[in-house]
Design a protein around this ligand. Structure first.
Ligand code: PAN
Ligand code: ZN
Length: 196
């Protein structure tokens, strides 16, 4: 099937696309094992499966040449001292990139490669971020309101969530004395991937 041209509105009042195909909602329960303060996580989850983020996806055929795009709304909050964040993933097709455009809120993108490099880039309204091929990415809301991001990536990229679920990211973004701080993830364990 060939995609026909289409257009939609993305207006500052809400930044929710005027039309979309998928509305994905992810709550605390989908982040098992990801937050570093596991007891805090268990206590929060027992109270409520709090909604962490929503993705409004505009679907196109999942083949090379097409561009998947949409909006992520990451709500503010924290589990213990660790800010709300997305699951994060590598692209299944590792050699595919992604562009993010921050529309509202404050936060950052935590990134790393299988080769051991890592990076954190700040996100704020008007900021454009290029995530190169091979870089896993997770967004983090360090502010007090929704972090809203437009994203665009090759429609054949696919998502590898399993690697991050098993090994986590090398770096954590935590609440510090004077705002956010980046720390080593004491539970980061790439060996598990090799043996899996
Ligand atoms: C984004 C992400 C979105 C949600 O569209 O999928 O922000 O994050 P998780 O997929 O990690 O739950 C993207 O990077 N797509 O490739
Ligand atoms: Zn991605």
């Amino acid at each position: 099937m060939n995609q026909l041209p289409f257009a939609f509105d993305l207006l500052p009042a809400t930044f929710i696309p005027s039309q979309y195909d998928n509305h994905i909602k992810r709550g605390l329960s989908s982040m098992k094992g990801q937050f570093s303060e596991q007891q805090e996580y268990a206590i929060s989850l027992e109270k409520e499966d709090t909604l962490l983020y929503e993705v409004f996806e505009i679907k196109v055929p999942e083949k090379a040449g097409e561009l998947m795009h949409g909006i992520t709304v990451l709500h503010p909050g924290a589990v213990g001292q660790e800010y709300f964040m997305t699951k994060g993933h590598f692209h299944e097709e590792l050699e595919t990139a992604e562009v993010y455009y921050c529309l509202d809120g404050e936060g950052c993108m935590v990134m790393e490669t299988p080769e051991g490099e890592w990076a954190v880039e700040m996100l704020y309204p008007g900021r454009v971020l290029y995530v190169p091929p091979r870089w896993a990415h997770r967004s983090v809301n360090t502010g007090g309101r929704d972090l809203v991001m437009f994203f665009l990536y090759p429609a054949n990229a696919g998502h590898d969530y399993g690697t991050i679920e098993r090994q986590g990211f090398r770096k954590l973004v935590m609440k510090g004395e004077d705002g956010m701080q980046i720390t080593d993830n004491p539970r980061w364990n790439p060996a598990e991937k090799v043996n899996d």
